[in-house]
Design a protein around this ligand. Structure first.
Ligand SMILES: *Cc1c(COP(=O)(O)O)cnc(C)c1O
Length: 380
C-alpha cells in the first residue's frame, strides 16, 4: 500500500530530536467550529482533560478560546488550574468531583458533583465560605461509573440541602454512543429526561463526541466532545465532520540488511525468511509505540510509513526503538540521501488504525504519545 508523501517539512526539527509530533491548531479550531455548527443551537464545549488528550493543553486551550469556545471540561484539579490560567473567562467544569473544594473554588472552577460525598463536601465548603458557588450535577443513567443514582438524586432534591446548591448543569454520560443501533442510547436518554424533570430550568448535557452524532434528541443544551476535536472518529454510524490534527514521525537511526534465518529484537520473536532490509527507528513504548504492536512470525503487528510505503513492525517494540521491515520502502538511493523519517501517525496511519493494530483505540494512541518527541504546532 502506498501513502502520500509527507507534505510536511521536517527540516526545522532540531537535529537532536528523535521524533516529532505535529499538531495542527488551526485544524482543531476548525473541528470545534464544525461540531459547534453541527449541534447549534446547542452549545459546544471542549473536553481538554489529560493535557488535551496528550496533544498539549497549553497550546490547544487558547486556540479553542480564539475559535469561540467558552466552556471546558477537565478531569483533575491540576488540569482545572492550568485551564483557568489559559482561559480566564471560560466556564471550567472538573469531572473528578470535589477532591479539594478550596482549590477548585480558588480557581473559580466548577466541580461536577457525581456522588453524595461530592455534594456534601461542596455544601460544607460553600457554607464555610458563605457563598453559593456553582456546581454541575452528574446523574447515572446506565454507565454505572460516575453519577448520582436515581434514588440518590431523589433524596437530594427532597432534602433541605437542595436549596443550598447552585446547580448550573445537569449531565450524564452514554455507554454505547459509538453504536447507533444500541438500545442503551434511548434507554439512557429516557433516564436522563426523567432526571432532568427533577431539575427544572437547569441546562442539560448528555453527549460526547459519538453521542452528538446520534442526532438532535441527544444534543440538549451542551455537548462535550473531546476525541472528535482531535480528529478522532468514534462514531460507528458514519464520519463526524472533523479532520485529523496530528502527525507523528520518528528518525530512522539505522538501516541494515539482514540475511535469511536471523532473529530480530528481544526474545527473538521474528526470524527473517529471506534477506530483509531492516530499519531501526528512534521510537519505542516510551514514546507511545505500543508494545502490543510488536510483530512476530505468524502474528503481524503494527505498521510504520516510510516514504510512501507502509512497512510492518518486526520483532519486539522496546522502550526506545522499534524495528520495521523496509525492504520495499528503502532503496539504496534513499540510503545515500538525507535524514530518513518514519511516519507513526499520518494520513495513511490514522489513530484508529494505529490503535487497532495494537489492540486498543485511537484515544489511547493520542494520550500515550510520549514527551520525548519535539512538538510542532501549526497555525499557532
Ligand atoms: C472524556 C469525557 C468526555 C469526552 O469524550 P469523547 O469521547 O472524547 O468526546 C465527555 N464527557 C465525559 C464525562 C468524559 O469523561
Amino acid at each position: 500500500m502506498s501513502t502520500e508523501a509527507p507534505a510536511i517539512d521536517l527540516s526545522s526539527v532540531p537535529a537532536r530530536a528523535t521524533g516529532a509530533v505535529i499538531v495542527d491548531l488551526a485544524r482543531i479550531a476548525a473541528n470545534w467550529r464544525a461540531l459547534a455548527a453541527h449541534v447549534a443551537p446547542a452549545e459546544c464545549s471542549a473536553v481538554v482533560k489529560a493535557d488535551a488528550y496528550g496533544l498539549g493543553a497549553a497550546e490547544i486551550v487558547p486556540a479553542l478560546v480564539s475559535a469561540g469556545c467558552r466552556t471546558f471540561f477537565v478531569a483533575t484539579p491540576d488540569e482545572a488550574q492550568q485551564a483557568r490560567a489559559l482561559a480566564p473567562r471560560a466556564v471550567i467544569y472538573v469531572l473528578d468531583g470535589v477532591l479539594d473544594a478550596g482549590f477548585l473554588a480558588a480557581h473559580c472552577t466548577v466541580p461536577v458533583l457525581a456522588d453524595p460525598s461530592d455534594v456534601s463536601a461542596w455544601l460544607q465548603y460553600c457554607n464555610k465560605a458563605g457563598a453559593k458557588l456553582p456546581a454541575a450535577l452528574q446523574v447515572d443513567t446506565g454507565l454505572n461509573r460516575r453519577g448520582l443514582s436515581r434514588r440518590q438524586l431523589e433524596g437530594l432534591v427532597q432534602s433541605s440541602d437542595f436549596a443550598e446548591l447552585a446547580i448550573r448543569l445537569v449531565m450524564s454520560h452514554l455507554a454505547c454512543a459509538d453504536d447507533p443501533t444500541s438500545a442503551m442510547n434511548s434507554l439512557q436518554r429516557d433516564a436522563f429526561l426523567a432526571a432532568r424533570e427533577r431539575l427544572p430550568g437547569v441546562p442539560a448535557s448528555l453527549s460526547a463526541s459519538d453521542g452528538l452524532m446520534l442526532g438532535a434528541p441527544f444534543h440538549f443544551d451542551l455537548v462535550r466532545p473531546g476525541y472528535a476535536l482531535y480528529g478522532g472518529q468514534a462514531f460507528g454510524g458514519g464520519r463526524a465532520p472533523v479532520e485529523p490534527v496530528v502527525r507523528a514521525f520518528a528518525r530512522v537511526l539505522q538501516v541494515r540488511d539482514v540475511p535469511a534465518g536471523q532473529a530480530i529484537g528481544y526474545s527473538a520473536t521474528w526470524t527473517t525468511r529471506s534477506r530483509r532490509r531492516i530499519a531501526t527507528i528512534a521510537a519505542g513504548y516510551a514514546d507511545g509505540v505500543f508494545r502490543h504492536a510488536s510483530g512476530s512470525n505468524g502474528v503481524p503487528g503494527g505498521l510504520i510509513g516510510i516514504d510512501g510505503h507502509l512497512c510492518p513492525i518486526v520483532g519486539r517494540v522496546s522502550m526506545d526503538l522499534v524495528t520495521a521491515d523496509v525492504t520495499e520502502a528503502v532503496t539504496d538511493d534513499a540510503l545515500s540521501g538525507q535524514a530518513l523519517w518514519a511516519e507513526l501517525i499520518g494520513p495513511s496511519l490514522p489513530i484508529e488504525t494505529v490503535g487497532a493494530k495494537a489492540g486498543t483505540i485511537g484515544y489511547e494512541v493520542l494520550t500515550r504519545l510520549g514527551r520525548r518527541f519535539h512538538r510542532v504546532y501549526l497555525g499557532a
